[in-house]
Write a protein that binds this ligand. Structure first.
Ligand SMILES: O=C(O)CCC(=O)C(=O)O
Ligand SMILES: [Fe+2]
Length: 152
């Protein structure tokens, strides 16, 4: 599936009109491992169908929001590559406090599941120059979120 603010589509109308690439099997496996570890039980039934990729340059931010364009309550698995960011993990009721600020560094993985699936969250700050160029990313931050859209 392809996400364009704020809906999923089968074709990338806003890019090239083409069908999006199949979800890579290795990435789905990684998602299952993440969910299994976070939940402490096997997650063989976790079948993400969409990976949303966000690139953040030094000034980029993401405001507080809920991930609620999916029809499925399945967990969202977030992977971070490149620059470290300040990640704000909030509550399910409001955009504001209480929230918890954590740093997400390259290689960190975060699972939004269960009661936190619909928690507000955002990225108030990127720490430029903190990434390891060995990732292949010379600058900035990439975030991938694996999602089960529940749309087919
Ligand atoms: O970049 C992040 O860590 C969060 C991304 C996010 O919240 C989203 O793509 O919905
Ligand atoms: Fe989000």
């Amino acid at each position: 599936m392809h996400w364009q603010p704020y809906r999923y589509t089968r074709l990338a109308h806003d890019v090239n009109g083409r069908k999006v690439a199949d979800f890579p099997g290795w990435l789905a496996d990684l998602g299952r491992r993440a969910v299994a570890e976070a939940y402490g039980r096997p997650a063989d039934d976790y079948e993400p169908d969409t990976a949303l990729v966000n690139f953040y340059d030094a000034e980029a931010r993401m405001g507080m929001h809920q991930d609620k364009d999916e029809r499925s309550p399945a967990p969202v698995v977030s992977l971070s590559i490149g620059d470290t960011c300040l990640f704000r993990f909030g509550n399910t009721e409001t955009r504001g406090r209480p929230y918890t600020d954590v740093e997400l560094a390259s290689g960190d993985l975060f699972v939004f599941g269960g009661p936190s699936r619909l928690a507000y969250h955002g990225v108030p700050k990127i720490y430029p120059g903190t990434g390891d160029p060995a990732t292949g990313l010379a600058a900035g931050r990439l975030n991938l979120t694996l999602r089960v859209t529940g749309l087919r």
